[in-house]
Write a protein that binds this ligand. Structure first.
Ligand SMILES: Nc1ncnc2c1ncn2[C@@H]1O[C@H](COP(=O)(O)OP(=O)(O)OP(=O)(O)O)[C@@H](O)[C@H]1O
Length: 724
């Protein structure tokens, strides 16, 4: 139907030309007609000179060139060809060693790990490392507030003293331990290694009947120097090693905090954002002062390089950037990703970097100096899980120090020491062996324990390849309780990056309704276990309600019996069960799940991303190669393992064997490279960041104070070497 015809007066009114009786127009504003959207075109923000950051870089470059010309003129006058050569070289990015050193001595490189803080001048050969923790005065120490770790199943009091401990960690754990032990036995036989049939019984009976010796404190040459809290003038806090050495029962009491957890802020143990940031700030300030001898007030003369995880949390990066620029007043800050830094440290241009830290393991392929974004994988387990599971296994083998509790500082240090000494992945080390250790607790005589080990020293680090036996129920507590997920202002998409590799891992964990729509139990709002067998599997039967992922200390920690379906409206932190992981390589580009990106992002906060390490590496490489066979071969031949968790003896060989089993074809050469120059795998990332900080080409990545004042964290889009 044709629209009704408009009167002439109405048309004039629309055009603003309506006139009054005296023939004058009602207003004198010019009327601008609407733009025809079909022909609409703009160059706004399409050219570099319209972006302030690039404009400024261009201006800086012109200034530098003008200064160089001026210098050349002066040098030509005094005929000093050397001076000209040096300057030209510098302009072309070929710094001399002296220039690099000079640049590096004004750059502080910061790598904040979940367990270790590494700081140092970029000109230093190695970083200073100390525990990334702070002890603050409190009513109770952490061991008085929190449950024993490893968590024991409740046993009747009269049983506690009996010789036969029974399954302290639940039937499920025991059965997985036995399965792993049997699998190891089969593998050893296959490799023609001799095993005594009653080895475990020998260990059990020895450990049960060997009492500890008591050594008087004055007879112990290695007694620990505990931190003196100075009772009456006790300071508010201690940092790093000093904090870890405060007696647990000190007066006044101190509570230990680790402000970084799983590569982002610790939202579990803190009640406010301010306290987290304050603690990080104090640790950094005191670390820089003590280790580098630089006062906070002088930091405006320094630049900072900050290392962040590959799959970073946007809030973490922006808050840390703000902290460094506005609290520490560094002149400029540059941000670099862990895997990229690792390749810089090792001097590789292409590699698949596997970083095994204390709480997280990240995998990322790097090619031509760039992270292959889609290959990034972040798994929530690491060296600390190995320590805990080793203690569990040793206790299951009647470890004589039955009261060990990793929430106590001296026990945590003891467990770390035992792991570093005895954990192994060499088949040749598996036999019944006798060891001893000294238990040094504050205000107590030293106790010397004798114990024997068998296969548990290998089974514990083997959990990297069988992470379902690890306990994951506490890993999501408090997540997003202080910082809400960051969303893009314009399109509402989550700002935290997600790779196709990580996405496919989540897809395998988050249950979705089938395409036929016949799965009426699946519910987008809550996550129910994907496989009923998962409940109670590997000791993580704890069900978290949706609300439990937000408030701290509200976990319903009772393990659910095997096969128990989750009550309605409950959420289980999900990890892949046996056979739950799709075959590596079977997952291509992300499949559409029919859920909004926001919904997916929220789901991800309720899932613990876990996958066997060997499968995860193959998965990451598959996503990096995007179907190119040559790239798969190249990445498989250039795997590099870094991070403290990889220091277990025999780790690389074991990993190589397992990847070979997944990629048996003769076409693939699997090479696990070691860091060059015998560098410690724990410091490679820091080393690479320090190299980056000294380069002139990294000039474009520096975020300066004046730019930050105008653009804030939006600068990250232009300044970082990766897509932010
Ligand atoms: N000799 C060793 N053998 C086995 N494990 C070790 C050894 N030395 C250190 N580790 C482990 O390495 C881990 C610390 O590694 P690293 O410093 O790389 O972690 P981080 O950077 O603090 O943690 P994350 O990467 O999770 O943030 C700890 O779990 C520690 O027990």
């Amino acid at each position: 139907m044709a629209p009704p015809k408009k009167s002439g007066r109405a048309l004039l009114r629309e055009e603003g030309l309506e006139r009054t009786d005296n023939n004058l127009r009602t207003h004198s504003w010019p009327v601008i007609p609407m733009i025809n959207q079909k022909n609409y075109y703009t160059e706004y923000l399409k050219r570099e000179e319209q972006i302030m950051v690039f404009r400024q870089q261009q201006e800086d470059l012109l200034k530098a060139q003008a200064a160089l010309l001026e210098k050349e003129k002066q040098a030509a006058m005094v005929v000093d060809p050397m001076a000209m050569d040096i300057d030209r070289g510098a302009d072309e990015g070929e710094e001399t060693a002296e220039q690099e050193e000079a640049l590096g001595s004004k750059v502080i490189v910061i790598h904040t790990g979940s367990q270790n803080m590494r700081i140092g001048l970029a000109s230093d050969a190695l970083p200073r490392t100390f525990p990334n923790c702070i002890a603050r005065k409190a009513d109770k120490a952490e061991y008085e507030e929190e449950e024993r770790c490893p968590k024991r199943m409740k046993v009747a009091e009269e049983d506690e003293d009996s010789d036969d401990e029974g399954p302290q960690f639940g039937e499920e754990f025991e059965s997985q331990l036995n399965t792993m032990s049997n699998e190891l036995k089969i593998r050893m036989r296959h490799n023609k290694r001799r095993i005594l049939p009653n080895s475990r019984d020998l260990v059990l009976s020895y450990n049960r009947r060997t009492p500890p010796e008591t050594i008087k404190e004055h007879n112990d040459p290695y007694r620990v120097e505990w931190t003196d809290t100075g009772k009456h003038k006790a300071p508010d806090h201690f940092v790093g090693n000093e904090a870890l050495r405060i007696p647990d029962n000190s007066t006044p009491r101190y509570r230990l905090y680790w402000p970084i957890q799983y590569g982002t802020f610790n939202e579990r143990d803190y009640q406010s954002k301010r306290r987290v940031l304050e603690d990080i700030s104090v640790i950094l300030e005191e670390g820089i002062k003590r280790e580098l001898n630089i006062e906070k007030k002088d930091l405006k003369l320094y630049s900072a390089v900050l290392v962040v995880p590959d799959l970073y949390d946007k809030n973490y990066v922006t808050e840390m950037l703000n902290l460094l620029l506005k609290e520490f007043w560094f002149a400029q800050v540059c941000i670099v990703q862990e895997s990229l830094a690792a390749t810089f440290g090792a001097g590789f241009s292409q590699a698949c970097i596997v970083d095994i830290g204390a709480q997280k393991t990240s995998i990322c392929c790097v090619e031509e100096g760039m992270c292959v974004a889609e290959s990034r994988l972040n798994l929530k387990y690491g060296g600390q899980d190995v320590t805990t599971v080793l203690m569990k296994m040793m206790l299951s083998y009647s470890f004589p120090y039955r009261d060990i509790n990793l929430r106590r500082r001296y026990d945590f240090l003891l467990a770390e020491e035992l792991k570093a000494k005895y954990a192994t992945l060499n088949d040749s080390d598996i036999s019944v062996q006798a060891h001893d250790f000294h238990l040094r607790a504050p205000e107590q005589d030293t106790k010397k324990y004798h114990f024997k080990t068998y296969d548990e020293v290998m089974l514990a680090p083997l959990t990297h390849f069988k992470p379902t036996i690890l306990s994951h129920e506490e890993k999501l507590i408090g997540r997003r309780s202080l910082w809400e997920r960051s969303y893009d202002l314009y399109d509402g998409q989550p700002n935290d990056p997600l790779s196709t590799a990580q996405h496919s891992l989540y897809l395998s964990l988050i249950p979705r309704p089938s395409s036929a729509g016949n799965d009426s139990t699946a519910n987008m709002g809550t996550i129910t276990p994907a496989r009923p067998t998962l409940a109670g599997f590997g000791g993580f039967g704890a069900h978290l309600t949706a609300a439990d992922t937000t408030p701290r200390s509200s976990i319903a920690g009772s393990p659910a019996p095997e096969g128990t379906p989750a009550p309605p409206g409950t959420t289980t932190p999900l990890v892949p069960g046996a056979g739950g992981i799709p075959h590596p390589g079977s997952v291509g580009a992300p499949q559409s799940t029919g859920v909004t990106p926001v919904g997916q992002a929220e789901d991800r906060d309720r899932v613990v991303p876990i996958m066997p390490l060997d499968a995860a590496i193959v998965e990451s490489i598959t996503h990096a190669a995007r179907g190119e066979e040559k790239k798969i071969k190249d990445f498989l031949a250039s795997i590099m393992v870094v991070g403290g968790g990889s220091l277990v003896s025999g780790f690389n060989h074991q990993l190589e064997e397992r990847i070979r089993a997944l990629k048996p074809s003769k076409e693939y050469q699997i090479i696990i490279g070691v860091p060059p120059r015998e560098l410690d795998p724990m410091v490679i990332v820091w080393k690479g960041a320090s190299v980056f900080g000294k380069l002139k080409i990294s000039n474009d990545s520096w975020i300066r104070q004046n730019e930050y004042d105008i653009l804030g964290s939006r600068l990250l889009t232009y300044k970082c070497l990766w897509t932010f």
